[in-house]
Design a protein around this ligand. Structure first.
Ligand code: KIV
Length: 303
């Protein structure tokens, strides 16, 4: 059964009945199927795709159309997990009308059940407007990647004792403003453990941490990071690699290259032989043995 927005809204670990929520980013159909099979609670179509899929140095260039495209790919695979789509930079900051249109398209065309946007107090009225229109919103505070230029890099937030943007005091205010505006959950990124614990305790909606400690009600990681697909990239302190798929992929590709160059691949097993395909299949217009779905693309095996 699909995890619903109201179910997540009441997901507080402190109540003793919930285990932490598990959220992971997904950008395409095949990975989303794997994430579903692994029992992920929430699939986030993150604008981190700007970096891990598109190769940009920040999330800022990602467009709404690109987010809709990837959200649609993920939604097709998601039958149990909740699909949340990131609102890209400038799709919600200009006006509430822009935000409604962008969020609406992520739901209507992308098939997401909710959207995520960055910012706390300053975005509260936009969040309220979206929620009033039945568009569920997940907040995102602390280190907000779309604010890279204000922050001067991807830096831990909430350490400053001042009262301005990025201070612990402001991040607590941001969390409360999002809850009051009707957000159903909030991502807290890269803040000290005590601050994440305080916010988690004070909010009735779940907090989902990334670099924000196990005191949160759930965790999120970028799939490419946790699977070790990014070889040689800077690795933040909070990141644990649960596999080294990048190395496994390079090893497999090296073997493929070696076998092609040494002419050991394709071997006779991977070649079509000269026997005719089944007459009943070839007689049908538009049919070919390769697409027959018999479990083999080998003409001899089908015949
Ligand atoms: O875009 C993203 O992947 C995110 C997560 C890191 C929370 O916002």
């Amino acid at each position: 059964m699909r995890i619903s927005v109201p179910a997540v809204r009441h997901w507080k670990v402190a109540d003793g009945t919930h285990k932490p929520l598990v959220m992971v980013t997904a950008y395409d159909y095949t990975f989303a199927k794997l994430a579903e099979a692994a029992g992920m609670d929430i699939l986030l179509v993150g604008d981190s795709l700007g970096m891990v899929i598109q190769g940009h140095s920040s999330t800022l260039p990602v467009t709404l159309d690109e987010m809709i495209y990837h959200t649609r790919c993920v939604s097709r695979a998601a039958h149990n997990a909740l699909v949340v789509a990131d609102m890209p930079f400038l799709s919600y900051q200009i006006s509430e009308t822009h935000a409604i249109e962008a969020a609406g398209r992520l739901i209507k065309e992308g098939g997401a059940s909710a959207v995520k946007l960055e910012g706390g107090e300053v975005m509260a009225s936009t969040v309220r407007r979206l929620v009033d229109l039945d568009i569920p919103v997940m907040g995102h505070i602390g280190m907000t990647p779309q604010s890279i230029h204000r922050m001067g890099g991807y830096k831990v937030q909430g350490r400053s004792t001042s009262t301005g943007a990025g201070s612990a005091e402001q991040i607590v205010r941001d969390a409360k403003a999002l809850e009051e505006a009707g957000a159903f959950s909030v991502v807290i990124e890269c803040v000290p453990q005590d601050l994440a614990a305080t916010i988690t305790k004070e909010l009735s909606i779940p907090t989902i941490g990334i670099g924000a400690s196990s005191d949160c009600d759930g965790q999120v990681l970028v799939s490419y990071d946790l699977l070790g697909l990014q070889t040689g990239e800077h690795r933040p302190k909070f990141l644990k690699q649960f596999a080294q798929l990048g190395k496994a992929a390079v090893d497999a590709l090296v073997t493929y290259g070696d076998e092609v160059r040494s002419r050991t691949f394709p071997s006779p097993t991977e070649c079509y032989q000269d026997s005719p395909p089944r007459p009943s299949l070839t007689a049908m217009p538009g049919h070919n043995a390769v697409n027959e779905g018999t479990g083999t693309s080998d003409g001899k095996a089908v015949a």
